[in-house]
Design a binder for this molecule. Structure first.
Ligand SMILES: C[S@@+](CC[C@H](N)C(=O)[O-])C[C@H]1O[C@@H](n2cnc3c(N)ncnc32)[C@H](O)[C@@H]1O
Length: 407
């Protein structure tokens, strides 16, 4: 057994001692012992616990791979997440004002992807075990909304009914205003009798909607979501912000950045999380790669009250970014790309001279890269608001404000 002093937390949430040696579930300043397996420490004993060490609130934490940071105080996790963004910016020689982090409460995740496996006698649903492909049951998960936990039983019954023993089911369960919206993928095609049984299962569990391999089996009630009072019905498994609190925090930040603008473009618009509420104040053009999500957004706008004009476009913004000349008539831009960021689109934005840009990101590294390109083009990064809607995980989400100071 060797003794190590943990110096910092790495990007995956592991404690890191000089070497580097990676020690899962340890914290900075802790002395730990363990046996080295390559650059990872195994059989870890914490000899001097950090004052920031807390009892994990969830009893699945030790075995479940869903959360990485339940052994750390909220204050430490908050500081670490903000630090991740500061470091990413610093790598490009950038810094800015950071607003206090906004963290979603426990049991507020309204969407989860459960894994389900059929075994010889029955089935099991939950999350993957830590660093493993094995599915473990997580009936007392403290991360997801309590109502979502019923989705575990639905996932197990679906696996029993239709999954092969070779393949795992991925079951996306979303809590909508109409109840649970369940979409399972990874199973074999279902014949007619299985479809009838699935419809019965939706009835028994009072689901709003059930989808199997992208085919809607039954919609018993529309799985409605409300974006600041504007109702939409998303396609199965569509992107939504992970918690209502996170969505509100991001929307408030975005609205602040673009307030006063009369014409706004929303890039990577999804089902209209930002575009639809912004239409209460401005004309909005929404651009998104998924045709189904664009249709959802359009329908939400048609059913909304007192909204200005919303136009939309299905477009791949990686291959075919909105060009600078198409952007130049706009007052403000909202951009919320996936983890890869928006290199090509930011290249066009940098040449377009839009006064205000609200950039929402789920990846500090690509955000910092894109921020550097905007700053080179004459923008100032006014502030960053870190929003933690992936509590206890290593995910970091943020909203930010850019203002054009020189063209
Ligand atoms: C982080 S989500 C944000 C969605 C929306 N702004 C929201 O808050 O609900 C990113 C969105 O980008 C879309 N997307 C992914 N790749 C894209 C691409 N190449 N071009 C355009 N949209 C893309 C996804 O479908 C998804 O809706």
């Amino acid at each position: 057994m060797q003794v190590f002093k943990i110096e910092r937390l790495g990007h995956q949430g592991d404690g890191i001692a000089p070497g580097p040696v990676f020690a899962p579930m340890t914290l900075p300043d802790e002395e730990v012992s363990g046996s080295l397996d390559g650059d990872r420490l195994a059989d870890i004993r914490v000899l001097t616990p950090s004052p920031e060490r807390v009892s994990p609130p969830c009893r699945h934490f030790k075995s479940c791979g869903g959360c990485q940071l339940q052994h750390a105080s909220d204050a430490l996790v908050a500081e670490w997440k903000v630090e991740m963004v500061k470091q990413a910016l610093d790598a490009h020689g950038l810094s800015t004002h950071f607003r206090p982090i906004i963290t979603s409460p426990a049991q507020s995740r309204r969407r989860a992807v459960f894994s389900a496996r059929r075994n010889r006698k029955s089935a099991l649903a939950g999350f993957h075990a830590r660093a493993s492909n094995q599915v473990i049951a997580t009936p007392n998960c403290k991360l997801v909304d309590r109502a979502l936990l019923a989705g575990l039983r639905v996932s197990e019954r679906l696996a029993e009914l239709c999954a092969s023993r070779r393949n795992e089911l991925n079951v996306t369960v979303t809590l909508s205003d109409g109840g649970l919206d369940v979409s399972a993928a990874g199973g074999p095609d279902a014949d007619r009798s299985k479809l009838v049984e699935m419809a019965g299962l939706a009835e028994r569990f009072d689901l709003a909607r059930l989808t199997w391999n992208n085919e809607i089996i039954v919609t018993r009630r529309p799985p409605i979501h409300s974006f600041a009072g504007i109702e939409i019905v998303p396609p199965p498994s569509a992107f939504l912000q992970a918690t209502k609190e996170g969505e509100t925090a991001l929307r408030d930040a975005v609205q602040e950045v673009v307030s006063g603008a009369k014409s706004i473009i929303d890039l990577f618009a999804g089902c209209g999380t930002f575009a639809l509420p912004l239409a209460a104040q401005a004309r909005v053009h929404a651009v998104e790669a998924s045709h189904d999500m664009v249709q959802t957004l359009n329908k939400g706008w048609r059913n909304g009250n007192d909204l200005r004009q919303v136009t939309s476009e299905t477009r791949d913004l990686f291959r075919n970014p909105v060009r600078a000349d198409e952007l130049s008539y706009l007052d403000a831009c909202v951009i919320d790309p996936p983890r890869a960021g928006a290199r090509a689109q930011v290249h066009e934005l940098a040449r377009a001279s839009i006064a205000r840009i609200a950039y929402v990101s789920c990846n500090p590294r690509t955000f910092a890269r894109d921020a550097a390109a905007l700053i080179d083009a004459g923008y100032e990064l006014d502030w960053v608001q870190v929003v933690d809607q992936f509590r206890w995980s290593t995910h970091v989400e943020l909203a930010s404000s850019f203002t054009l100071t020189s063209a």
